[in-house]
Design a protein around this ligand. Structure first.
Ligand code: ADP
Ligand code: F6P
Length: 324
C-alpha cells in the first residue's frame, strides 16, 4: 500500500533558475490545498543536513511569482555526496516528520534525490536549470527566461557592432550544453554558432567566413560562443590579428540566470510544481516531472538519468544554413 504523506518539504539545489519561485509557490499552495503541511528547506541539501527548515503557509509564497532567483536559496553540498551526509539528512526529515520532498534542480540534484528516496523519503524532482540539459524533458524551468535575456542583450551588442563594422564574440552560459547558444544563435541571426557538442576547433573556418562576409558587404559578424568552449577573449584577439577587423568579446555571464521569469517559465513551473505534489499525494517516489512531446508527464529518476540528449541535427543544420 502507498505510504500516506502528511508533511512535505521543498528545496532548490544547484544553479538557480528563473521560475524556481513560481514552482515553489505551486508546490506550497497545492500541498496546503490538499491538506498537507509544507516545510521550506533552505540552501539545498546543506539546509537539510544543517536543519535550516522553515514552516511555509500560503502567505509565505505571496508576491514571488514574478521574482527571479529562489526564495529558499540554493547551494551545492559536498557533504550530501557522502553516506554520512545522506544519513544525517534522512534523520532531519524524520525529526520534522517530512515524508516527501520536492527537489528543484538539475541532474546532480536528482542523484541526491535518488539517495533520499533510497533512505525512505518519497522524493520527486522538478527540472530546474537554464541549460535545458536534462535528457527526459523538452523543457526545463529557467531556460526560456535565460534565452530571452541573452537574446535581448545580444540584439544590443549587434547594434553597436554594426555601427562600428566590428566582429563580436558573445559568450553565453552552458558549460556542457549548447542549447542557449543554439537558440540565441538562430534567434539573433548570428553568423557563427559554437556549441560544445559540435565545435571542432577550426578557427580558420570562422576567419574565412568573416572575410567572405566582408567581401559581400556585411557590416558585422556575430559569433555566439558557448561557455563550454570559452576562451572568447583570446579568440577575439586571434580573429582580429588574422582578419584586420576589430573584434570584441562580451561574456554575458550571470545576468542570464537572473531576472523576472517569462510567462512560459511561470506557467510551466506552476504546472510542474502542482504535478509534483499530486505524485507525492499518490504515494509516488523517485520520479521526475517532465514535459515531453507536448505534454506534462513523469519518469522514474533512475531511468531519466540513464537517458541521453543531444543537439537536434535538423536545428543545427538550419542554424548553419541561415547564417550563410
Ligand atoms: P545541478 O543539480 O544543477 O546539476 P550539481 O551537479 O552541482 O547541480 O548538484 C547539486 C547538488 O546535488 C550537489 O552539490 C550535491 O549536494 C547533490 N548531488 C550531486 N550529485 C550527487 C550524488 N551522486 N549523490 C548525492 N548527491 C549528489
Ligand atoms: O547550470 C547552469 C549554469 O549556469 C551553467 O550554464 C554554468 O556553467 C553554471 O551553472 C555555473 O554555475 P556556478 O554558479 O557554479 O558558477
Amino acid at each position: 500500500m502507498a505510504k500516506e504523506i502528511k508533511t512535505i518539504g521543498v528545496l532548490t539545489s544547484g544553479g538557480d533558475a528563473p521560475g524556481m519561485n513560481p514552482a515553489i509557490r505551486a508546490v506550497v499552495r497545492t500541498a496546503i490545498n490538499k491538506g498537507l503541511k509544507v516545510k521550506g528547506i533552505q540552501k539545498g541539501y546543506n539546509g537539510l543536513i544543517n536543519d535550516e527548515i522553515i514552516d511555509m503557509d500560503k502567505k509565505s509564497v505571496a508576491d514571488i511569482i514574478q521574482r527571479g532567483g529562489t526564495i529558499l536559496y540554493t547551494a551545492r553540498c559536498l557533504e550530501f555526496m557522502t553516506e554520512e551526509g545522506q544519513k544525517k539528512a534522512a534523520e532531519i526529515c524524520k525529526k520534522h516528520k517530512i515524508d516527501g520532498i520536492v527537489v528543484i534542480g538539475g541532474d546532480g540534484s536528482f542523484r541526491g534525490a535518488q539517495k533520499l528516496a533510497e533512505a525512505g523519503v518519497n522524493t520527486i524532482g522538478l527540472p530546474g536549470t537554464i541549460d535545458l540539459d536534462i535528457a527526459c524533458t523538452d523543457y526545463t524551468i529557467g531556460f526560456d527566461t535565460a534565452v530571452n535575456t541573452a537574446m535581448e542583450a545580444i540584439d544590443k551588442i549587434r547594434d553597436t557592432s554594426t555601427s562600428h563594422e566590428r566582429c563580436s564574440i558573445i559568450e553565453v552560459m552552458g558549460r556542457n550544453a549548447g542549447y542557449i547558444a543554439l537558440w540565441c544563435g538562430i534567434a539573433n541571426g548570428a553568423e557563427d554558432i559554437l556549441l560544445p557538442e559540435r565545435y571542432d576547433g577550426d578557427e580558420q573556418a570562422i576567419i574565412n567566413h568573416i572575410i567572405e562576409g566582408r567581401k559581400k558587404g556585411k557590416k558585422h559578424h556575430l559569433i555566439i560562443n558557448a561557455e563550454g568552449i570559452g576562451h572568447s577573449t583570446g579568440m577575439a584577439r586571434r580573429i582580429e590579428a588574422a582578419t584586420g577587423i576589430e573584434t570584441r568579446a562580451t561574456i554575458l555571464g550571470y545576468m542570464q540566470r537572473g531576472g523576472s521569469p517569462t510567462c512560459k517559465d511561470r506557467m510551466y513551473a506552476s504546472i510542474m510544481g502542482s504535478y509534483a505534489v499530486d505524485l507525492l499525494a499518490e504515494g509516488k517516489s523517485n520520479r521526475l516531472v517532465a514535459y515531453k512531446d507536448g505534454r506534462f508527464t513523469d519518469y522514474d529518476i533512475d531511468e531519466a538519468l540513464a537517458m541521453t540528449k543531444d543537439i537536434n541535427d535538423y536545428e543545427f543544420n538550419v542554424s548553419n544554413l541561415l547564417s550563410r
